[in-house]
Write a protein that binds this ligand. Sequence first.
Ligand SMILES: [Mn+2]
Length: 448
Amino acid sequence: MNPDYTDKNPALGALYGDHIQTVMARHDHALEQAGASHAVIYSGNPKLAFLDDYHHPFKANPHFVSWAPLTALPFSYIVYTPGSTPVLIYYQPHDYWHVVPGAPGGYWTSQFDVRVVHSTEDIAAHLPEDREKCIAIGEFADEALAFGIERVNPTTAVNILHFARGVKTEYELAVMRLAAERGATGHVAAEAAFRAGKSEFDIHRAYCKAVSHTDPELPYGNIIALNEHGAVLHYTDLDRDVPGAIRSFLIDAGAQVHGYASDITRTYSNGDQRFQDLIDRMDAMELEIIGRVQAGIDYRELHVGTHKTLATLLVDAELAIGDPETLLETGVTSAFFPHGLGHLLGIQVHDVGGHQENEAGTIIDPPSGHPFLRLTRALEEDMVLTIEPGLYVIDMLLENLRGTPAENHVNWDTVDWLRPYGGVRVEDDIRVMANGQENLTRDAFARL
Ligand SMILES: [Mn+2]
């Protein structure tokens, strides 16, 4: 039986009060530093497609979601004044064209002074009168929806809040364990569809059904890649046809619970033992790197260290020849593994604050030669991040090695063998602990 993913889940309700205390303390600090007295956080509104009367799927302001598990509540506001119960202006339009949000209900209601409004004209009356002492946080496509607040998304406050969000509360960790479990359920269904010889499109449908998500509810577009499609890092085409021969399956897909994401990748072989051996090597390497995760570790070093470990793996798998230092220096490992080791995870799949050294917003650049690394911070307890090493045949990158000192360090025959399989990526979601880590993903698979 599936766990309770709703906002009636009593276990989440028991943790939510402390979560709100933490969120309020973060806003107390942000407001003080910004020299303001009230935070007005706008949920956002759907946007129209160009020259059309249809809206793009609504995506709530992540700042709003950090307060409440309300991912489908446009035109709503949270008004927070330090020392007072936060006010939730809950927009429930009179509208017979669409389904409107139901009456407020769920564990979150006890933490807010909820004011239901039926018209945007009724919102202003619930905002603080001294607008010059307010900051607004959100995307205001229509200036009128900021109701005269001129300080919109001030950098001082936003940097503080983004930096703080890197560390999760107990409530957030519980929600993310559920998101991991939901995603794992989808992965099991997707693997079964792959074993049954389905197309990418039908594997995708099996996944969405298992996690009970529409496409816009997925935290990111599913990567469902058969054969060489696995080498396209963000492959989202969903081929409708079953390929003539099915060799491999790379799936990078997550799920969400109350706006928090999981982000999980697995690679499967369709019976070929040599490719399975490569998957097993990558799986063991991923677990070994996860074993290095703990508070105080610099994620940049973890990423560069992965290249060294990968170099040894490439030699063992007969894809490369040479010592690890040479394979790093000549760019061989980067050609096989051209993306970052991982990123912060939370309300956003690539969560904010990954490059922030501090709450003032000082940026830590990725190490030279590794421009795509999204997390450069030192790790702290209760951060949640991904570890996702990969290895692919991307001809565009491997061809760049021709005519360079790297050329003789690549075993091109093995590259030719691997090309029809695309590549391998294994990704888990990891909570940083003081002296180790919690693997949200493996734990979730084990609970199924
Ligand atoms: Mn990821």
